[in-house]
Design a protein around this ligand. Structure first.
Ligand code: CP3
Length: 347
């Protein structure tokens, strides 16, 4: 058998309707698992964990051992690119990531795109280890943040509610801001290409904050950069499946799937299922979109919604996932229940 034939995830990405959909969960490795918290403590802090190939491999494998997902996602973070560009970064307990902000053209002088791979080398080693340690029917996913979302953290210096600093720069000096976006596009292409060379079979591009832009600038700062990344990767790897995740973008998702060239699109929790089946799945495979909070509450509400998603999207090429990442309060037994429901289901 060829690789694609034994891997449900690759089959769904090639447009096949599989007997049961493959499943994996965004943030499947993380604080809801006691064994993750243990390994993280052993590593020291979160960044040390990301740059430790042996321990990053271990935490990637932890959810697979418990639940047998059909895909493993490299353990890393979207903010490793800014860090590798030379922007100071720390993850603070209860506060999330904190960076020294870049807010104007002159600040770009502090970033060094030519040296990123020196810092990122351990990540490629993690991918390479995983490519021999994951189960034979499991697909290895590499990832990066999309330039817009990564830039929000670089410019705001932390998570934001109103995106006022980045929008002020992007609206007021689109050329200067464009230089940062160009740097991120180029870095992301070479970062993902190195992951593919090391053994990643699919890549996902996370654009968590794509939904805060009006449609004209959505084209400029979300669609265009994503399209350039997809083209840059396909130039080197013509068959590479790329999953886009433009979160919270409403009807703009149509232009996103038509124009970026992604292989599949990941749907957030708010995307209506019937609409997605009709308007999106007719064009490409889709992934999603269980509310991660149903995984916290569990029980009948979770079960009913899982079946509803499978009934609606399972008729086309489909990968079961959440609409956003697992949160730390999630009881591990609810993930086990989800896994059981999906495995016992034939569409
Ligand atoms: O999905 C996986 O299991 C793979 C690993 C992964 C992480 N982050 C690990 C992580 C992936 C794919 C990400 C993506 C990521 N990181 C995104 C895009 C997807 C999304 O969730 O919106 C974003 C915006 C980030 C940036 C980031 N990293 C934030 C805002 C935070 C703090 C919030 C939080 O959950 O703590 C992180 C830290 C982070 N990244 C953790 C993990 C497991 C928690 C760190 C810890 O152990 O304390």
């Amino acid at each position: 058998m060829t690789k694609t034939e034994d891997k449900l995830m690759l089959r769904a990405l090639s447009g096949e309707i599989t007997t049961r959909p493959p499943f994996w969960l965004m943030r499947q490795a993380g604080r809801y698992l006691p064994e993750y918290r243990e390994t993280r403590a052993e590593a020291g802090n979160f960044l040390d964990l990301c740059y430790n190939p042996k321990l990053a491999e271990e935490v990637t494998l932890q959810p697979l051992r418990r639940y047998g997902m059909d895909a493993a996602i490299l353990f890393a973070d979207i903010l490793l690119i800014p860090h590798a560009l030379g922007q100071p970064l720390a993850y603070r307990e209860g506060e999330g990531p904190v960076l020294d902000p870049v807010r104007k053209r002159e600040d770009l002088k502090k970033l060094s795109p030519e040296f990123i791979h020196t810092t990122l080398e351990p990540v490629y080693e993690t991918v390479s280890r995983l490519s021999s340690s994951i189960p034979a029917d499991c697909t290895l996913i590499g990832f990066a943040g999309a330039p817009w979302t990564v830039a929000t953290y670089m410019v705001e210096g932390r998570g934001s509610k109103d995106y006022v600093n980045i929008k002020k720069w992007a609206y007021g000096d689109p050329e200067g801001f464009g230089l940062l976006m160009d740097m991120l596009v180029d870095s992301t292409i070479s970062y993902l290409a190195k992951q593919v060379e090391a053994g990643a079979e699919v890549v996902q591009i996370f654009d968590t904050w794509a939904g805060v832009l009006p449609d004209d600038v959505f084209h400029k700062w979300v669609i265009e950069p994503t399209k350039r990344i997809v083209e840059g990767l396909r130039h080197q790897f013509p068959e590479l499946p790329v999953i886009g995740f433009p979160k919270g973008v409403g009807g703009n998702i149509i232009d996103f799937v038509e124009e970026t060239g992604v292989t599949a699109v990941s749907l957030d929790t708010g995307t209506p299922l019937d609409w997605a089946a009709r308007e999106l799945q007719s064009r490409l495979p889709v992934q999603g979109n269980l509310d991660p909070i149903l995984l916290v509450s569990g029980g009948a509400a979770m079960e009913t919604r899982i079946h509803k998603i499978l009934d609606t999207l399972g008729k086309g090429p489909f990968i079961f996932n959440l609409g956003h990442g697992i949160i730390p309060q999630t009881p591990p037994e609810h993930v086990a229940e989800l896994s059981r429901i999906i495995r016992h289901r034939a569409t």
